[in-house]
Design a protein around this ligand. Structure first.
Ligand SMILES: *Cc1c(COP(=O)(O)O)cnc(C)c1O
Length: 395
């Protein structure tokens, strides 16, 4: 992989025609160390957020030994990339063949479920295995999070006692899990969900060996400034300590976004300007799916050899495809003298950015380039300087 100090170094060395993913292994390493050292439990990386094999290796080096996978493709990818990793199949609705292959070929022992039908499926697919960790997923609210994960999965309180009793019969270790929704903006998201866990345990009076608080840990974005990560850990720790579970029960979490958001940014080129609309060479079918479809804002900065003195003004972006939906409203703040041929670095795209890329309409990227400067924003280092450096204007 080519290496430059920063986006500017790359633009000075050559003028890339296609978008370039800039990766920052040091930033992912720092995030992973933070979780390994400070979360009072085990962190499973949720591979969905960014399945880049180079990233998986960085997380492994940093001490992340467990991986939350949701599909056969993710099982195979992680098994191949990190043969010693422990895989946990945390999708509550799986294909029978996927469970079979995971268990018999890749040694996966941990599965989640939210229904009697899935429990029965897991029993059949593993031919009555007795060495399983089964995690029953509860439905919890997504009210404190930017992206809901509340509608598809999770057993309702009324179904839980029966499901937990039945899972207890099959499981070697029995757990409860949930997902508060992505980009939780308050520790209360976890506090409230842990109350649901407590109620489920009390009502079903089964022995619980694992409590898995799922993902949802936030990252930093221009108008989403979450409280310190420690306050989330503190809330989880307090609630966990308070549960009626055995002294040896384990606490797990499944961070996706929080481990990889700072890992990469994308360098794009402006192809045309019309008023305050910039036509750029990446978009909704590239790394900017969330920017287009849910109006997510990312930090932006002009990358040009001579700095601009112009005032920062709000822009929207049009992506390169011919599709009307390929449009990102932002606003994205950039110097008013920006124009065709200029480059923009769009930050914090390591989570749900590159993972969403398609080749629709023939628009692809160049090979990723490694850079060594700081990510444009961070939850794991000095913050005010970072925000300034990234031209972030708070609305
Ligand atoms: C998506 C997902 C995660 C990761 O969520 P983040 O918000 O990225 O932390 C974790 N667990 C499950 C089951 C998921 O579906």
């Amino acid at each position: 992989m080519h290496e430059h100090h920063s986006a500017l170094g790359l633009v000075k060395a050559r003028k890339p025609i296609l978008p370039v993913t800039l990766v920052r292994p040091h930033a992912a390493f720092r995030a992973a160390r933070f979780f390994v050292e400070k979360l009072p439990g085990k962190s499973l990386y949720a591979v969905k957020a960014n399945p880049d094999p180079d990233l998986l290796k960085v997380l492994w080096e940093a001490g992340i030994s467990h991986y939350d996978v949701a599909s056969m493709g993710e099982v195979r990818l992680v098994a191949q990339t990190l043969p010693e990793a422990t895989l946990c199949f945390m999708h509550p609705v799986k294909a029978t063949e996927a469970i079979e292959e995971a268990y018999f070929v890749h040694g996966v022992k941990t599965f989640s479920l939210d229904s009697m039908a899935e429990l029965e499926k897991i029993r059949r697919a593993t031919r009555g295995a007795t060495d399983l960790n089964l995690l029953v997923r509860l439905r919890v609210s997504s009210e404190h999070s930017k992206l809901s994960l509340a509608t598809k999965f999770g057993a309702e309180p009324g179904e839980l006692p029966e499901l937990l009793m039945a899972a207890r019969q099959t499981a070697d270790a029995l757990g409860l899990c949930f997902h508060v929704g992505s980009q939780a903006m308050s520790p209360a998201a976890f506090g409230d969900a842990m109350e649901r866990v407590r109620a489920a345990i009390v009502e079903s009076s089964v022995t619980i060996d694992i409590v898995d608080v799922g993902g949802g840990f936030p990252s930093a974005y221009p108008d989403l400034d979450p409280p310190a990560m420690e306050s989330f850990f503190q809330m989880i720790h307090e609630k966990f300590e308070d549960l009626p579970i055995s002294y040896s029960a384990e606490l797990w979490a499944e961070p996706g976004r929080a481990l990889c958001a700072e890992y990469s940014s994308v360098l794009v080129r402006v192809e045309q300007r019309r008023g305050n609309t910039l036509y750029i060479n990446d978009g909704a079918y590239g790394a900017l799916f969330d920017a287009a479809h849910i109006g997510w804002r990312y930090p932006t900065r002009l990358i040009r050899e001579e700095d601009s003195e112009a005032e920062l003004v709000p822009f929207r972006f049009f992506g390169p495809t011919c599709d009307d939906m390929d449009k990102m409203e932002g606003p994205f703040f950039l110097p008013d003298d920006i124009g065709p041929g200029d480059y923009i670095e769009i930050g914090m795209l390591g989570a749900y950015g590159n993972a969403m890329r398609t080749q629709f309409n023939g628009f692809t990227t160049e090979e990723p380039v490694r850079v060594s400067d700081d990510p444009m924003m961070t939850l794991y280092g000095p913050r005010s300087e970072q925000d300034e450096a990234s031209n972030v204007v708070r609305l």
